[in-house]
Design a protein around this ligand. Structure first.
Ligand code: FMN
Length: 304
C-alpha cells in the first residue's frame, strides 16, 4: 500500500500536490473538470482586507519557457470572500489555504484573525510577503529579516491555524529570510514566489506590462527555485513547500529531493488544468516502482 499523504508540521495533507496561489482562483473554474477533494490543497488567490482592482492591463505576457504576470492582487476583499465565496466552498469540502497580503502589519493581523475562525474548510494561512507586483506591502515585508519576523510574530499571536510564510526569491540570501520567518513562529515555509522581470515591447519601445515590472514563473525559473529550496532546507528546521515551474513528475521529484515535503503547481495549470491529478497518479506509480511505502523516503535525499 502506497501512502501519498504528507505531514508538514501541524498540517497533514492527503497528497503532496497543491494548487499555487493566484493560478486556481477559489477553485470554482476547475470544479467541473475534477473532484477538488483529490488535491492536497488549493491555495486560493491572494486576499486583501479591502477589494483590489489589480494592475492596469496588459497583465500577462508569455516568455521563453514561462510567463511574466503583474496581476496586482486583484480580489474581492475579505468581507465578500467571507460572505459569498466561503459558504459555497464550505459545501464542497475542499482543503483550502488562504493566501493573505496587506499594506500594513495591522491588515495582515486582521485578515489572519478573521480567517482563522471562518470555518473548517480553511486548513492553513499563507502569508504572502513576496508579491512583486504591488506598490506597497507584499514583498516589502519579505525582504528584511527583522521586518518579517516582527510581522510573523504578530500574526502568530492571533493565528490558530498552521501558519505558512511564502518567501520571495528576490533577495540576496533567502536563508536569512527563512530563519527570520522561523524565529517569528512560522510552522511552514513555501518557496518561491515569482522572480521580478521585464519584457520590452520593441515596437512601442516601452515595457510591455501595464505595471512595467512583473513576476516570472514557469519552467524558466525551476532550477533557480530548486536551488533555493535546497539551501533553505539546510538552514531551517520547519518543513517546506516547494514550487517553480513544475510540469512533470521529474520536476516535482527534484523539489522533494531538495527538501520539500509538498509542492505547489502554478503556471502549468493554465496549459493543462489536470496537471496536479496527473502528477498524483505518476507519483504513486513511481513510489511503487521504487518500493517506497511513502514520500518520506525521498524528502531531502539530495543532501546525502
Ligand atoms: C497569474 C499568477 C498569479 C499569481 N498570484 C499570486 C498570489 O496572489 N499570491 C501568491 O502568493 N503567489 C501568486 N503567484 C505565484 C505562484 O503562486 C507561484 O509561486 C509561482 O507562479 C511559481 O510557480 P509556477 O512556476 O508553478 O507558476 C501567482 C502566479 C501567477 C502566474
Amino acid at each position: 500500500m502506497i501512502d501519498l499523504g504528507t505531514r508538514l508540521g501541524p498540517l497533514k495533507l492527503k497528497t503532496p500536490f497543491m494548487a499555487a496561489s493566484g493560478t486556481f482562483g477559489f477553485g470554482e473554474e476547475f470544479a467541473s473538470l475534477m473532484d477538488l477533494r483529490d488535491l492536497g490543497a488549493i491555495v486560493i488567490n491572494g486576499l486583501t482586507l479591502m477589494p483590489r482592482k489589480g494592475n492596469p492591463p496588459p497583465r500577462i505576457v508569455e516568455t521563453p519557457a514561462g510567463m511574466l504576470n503583474a496581476i496586482g492582487l486583484q480580489n474581492p476583499g475579505l468581507d465578500v470572500f467571507l460572505s459569498r465565496e466561503l459558504p459555497r466552498l464550505q459545501k464542497s469540502q475542499v482543503k483550502l489555504i488562504a493566501n493573505i497580503a496587506g499594506d500594513t502589519e495591522e491588515e495582515y493581523v486582521i485578515l489572519a484573525r478573521e480567517l482563522c475562525t471562518a470555518g473548517d474548510v480553511l486548513i492553513a494561512i499563507e502569508l504572502n510577503v513576496s508579491c512583486p507586483n504591488v506598490q506597497r506591502g507584499g514583498i516589502f515585508f519579505g525582504t528584511t529579516p527583522s521586518t518579517l519576523s516582527s510581522l510573523v510574530e504578530k500574526v502568530r499571536r492571533v493565528c490558530t491555524l498552521p501558519l505558512i510564510v511564502k518567501l520571495t526569491p528576490n533577495v540576496t540570501d533567502i536563508t536569512e529570510i527563512a530563519r527570520a520567518a522561523e524565529d517569528g513562529g512560522a510552522d511552514i515555509l513555501s518557496l518561491v514566489n515569482t522572480f521580478q522581470g521585464m519584457v520590452i515591447d520593441t515596437v512601442s519601445r516601452r515595457p510591455f506590462l501595464g505595471n512595467k515590472i512583473g513576476g516570472l514563473s514557469g519552467p524558466a525559473m525551476r532550477p533557480l527555485a530548486v536551488r533555493l529550496v535546497y539551501e533553505t532546507y539546510a538552514s531551517v528546521e520547519i518543513p517546506l513547500i516547494g514550487m517553480g515551474g513544475i510540469e512533470a513528475l521529474d520536476d516535482a521529484l527534484q523539489f522533494f529531493m531538495a527538501g520539500a515535503a509538498a509542492v505547489a503547481i502554478g503556471s502549468a495549470s493554465f496549459s493543462d488544468p489536470l496537471t496536479i491529478l496527473r502528477l498524483t497518479g505518476e507519483l504513486k506509480n513511481y513510489l511503487q516502482r521504487m518500493n517506497l511505502p511513502s514520500l518520506e523516503g525521498i524528502i531531502g535525499v539530495a543532501h546525502g
